[in-house]
Design a protein around this ligand. Structure first.
Ligand SMILES: Cc1cc2nc3c(=O)[nH]c(=O)nc-3n(C[C@H](O)[C@H](O)[C@H](O)COP(=O)(O)O)c2cc1C
Length: 209
């Protein structure tokens, strides 16, 4: 059935405020996995922040994508500023065991403040990469930035970071060489606002041949 402007379900994006579009997108595109991203600035100060605009976009080569938005003053977040200088990051997966610490690292701190220290997390090296991985996190994807797409210069305009995975830390407690243990990893998804979801109510559906 054709949609008309008089249809209450019809929304013209050009007439909507960014805050409204944010609530619509983040409520409807849910649950979202959470990238927990470590970067460093030119002085070597570490930065850590969660981003639920996140997914896998290529397997060979392995590429992850996450999207820090410009802030309310249309300024890039520290993660993006760092990646413009040191084009490396470590991406962890948000999980229940570390969710309080993950949330703590979403605080707006001064650029040179270290969110690892702020959240009580340890650092460990990952290969030759400059950003540290979170010592407590069972899986960490060490990445080099392939590209950053720019969707505009207004508050909440996205920067899509395409990060190629070059080295992986996978604790044998969650990775047996063939499967990731969901019970051990306990990944969580983000819904809208302050809501999250666990992955404990599972059902299976075979794909058609
Ligand atoms: C679970 C969670 C998911 C988030 N996802 C995003 C996101 O996808 N994009 C974004 O711009 N901010 C997101 N935020 C907010 C950022 O984490 C927050 O702005 C943070 O301070 C950015 O850190 P930085 O300035 O060190 O890069 C999220 C926050 C939380 C708690």
């Amino acid at each position: 059935m054709p949609t008309k402007p008089t249809d209450p379900a019809f929304l013209d994006v050009a007439q909507l405020e960014a805050g409204t579009i944010y609530r619509l997108l983040s409520g409807a595109v849910a649950p979202r996995p959470i990238a927990w991203v470590s970067t460093v600035d030119a002085e070597g100060n570490a930065n850590l922040a969660p981003f639920s605009f996140f997914n896998v976009v290529s397997v060979d080569p392995p590429v992850l994508a996450f999207a820090p938005l410009l802030d309310d003053r249309a300024a890039p977040k520290d993660t993006v500023r760092n990646l413009e200088i040191i084009r490396e990051c470590v991406v962890h997966v948000g999980s229940e065991d570390l969710i309080e610490a993950l949330n703590a690292t979403s605080a707006t701190l001064p650029p040179d403040a270290d969110e690892f220290t702020h959240a009580g997390l340890g650092k460990a090296p990952l290969g030759e990469l400059k950003p540290p991985r979170i010592a407590e996190a069972p899986i960490a994807f060490g990445c080099r930035v392939r590209d950053v797409l720019n969707f505009g210069d207004r508050p909440r305009s996205g920067r899509l970071v395409l990060a190629e995975v070059v080295v992986i830390h996978a604790d044998p407690a969650i990775w047996d060489g063939r499967h990731v243990s969901r019970e051990a990893l306990r990944p969580v998804g983000r819904l809208a606002g302050a809501d999250y979801v666990r992955t404990t109510d599972i059902f299976s559906l075979e794909r058609p041949v």
